[in-house]
Design a protein around this ligand. Structure first.
Ligand SMILES: Cc1ncc(COP(=O)(O)O)c(C=O)c1O
Length: 225
């Protein structure tokens, strides 16, 4: 067998041991007589899989009890819309423009409310991360959005900005689980799984409980956290 070394950001390589275990279990998952792909997504066996995945993620990231972990579809790109649809109560949010993915997040949010760019490195080709000071943040903003690792430009926040009472929302698609982070500093962390966690098709959202239940009237039911 010849395995390719794939160094691209994602979808990334999975450990061979994981692939081999999946291969071995595929025709008959845990004596169910069917593969994991054929199991009902509402069955007890599948509930066990998702419960264990959540338990492990909580352990790895020391996720506090007042945060929910959601496994959703639509990629990290869908969060560009879900975040404003769920959080924009005052209709405005602060964004830090540090690269191509931040710009995409801003473009989408702009459909649902006012996007204020409080700092940007675009004029210098996204070669640095601007420093975020407390007085740059609008206290009335519904949230502050950052992209913690700029996959295309190769820059990363080394210091998590203190946004006070304004919830900090972070796209961590390309650095989640690569370093210790203090989850309690964030209102929402989201990440597509395909870079640092697993195969494409799954998105992880870690959300502080008080931010759930405030979706705007136009938010589709399936996009309401
Ligand atoms: C920082 C960042 N955000 C968002 C995305 C988009 O993710 P998805 O393809 O899951 O929508 C990517 C990469 O694909 C990314 O690197």
């Amino acid at each position: 067998m010849k395995r390719v070394y794939n160094f691209s950001a994602g979808p990334s390589m999975l450990p061979l041991a994981v692939l081999e275990k999946a291969q071995k279990e595929l025709p008959d998952y845990k004596d169910s007589g069917m593969s994991v792909m054929e199991l009902s997504h509402r069955s007890g066996l599948f509930t066990d899989i998702i419960t264990e995945a959540e338990r492990l993620l909580r352990e790895l990231m020391s996720i506090p009890d007042n945060y929910k972990v959601l496994f959703v579809q639509g990629g990290a790109s869908q969060q560009f819309a879900m975040v404003p649809l769920n959080l924009m109560k005052n209709g405005k949010a602060d964004y830090v423009n540090t690269g191509s993915w931040s710009k995409k997040a801003m473009k989408e949010a702009n459909k649902y409310g006012q996007v204020n760019v409080i700092a940007s490195s675009e004029e210098e080709n996204f070669t640095f991360i601007p420093k975020i000071e407390a007085d740059m943040i609008d206290p009335e903003a519904d949230y502050v959005h950052i992209t913690t690792n700029n996959t295309i430009e190769g820059t990363a926040f080394r210091e998590i900005p203190d946004t006070g009472n304004v919830p900090l929302v972070a796209d961590m698609s390309s650095n989640i689980l690569s370093e210790d982070i203090d989850v309690s500093k964030f209102g929402i962390i989201y990440a597509g799984a395909q870079k640092n966690i697993g195969p494409a098709g799954l998105t992880v959202v870690i959300i502080r409980e008080d931010l759930i239940g405030n979706a705007s009237d136009i938010c589709p039911t399936m996009l309401d956290y």
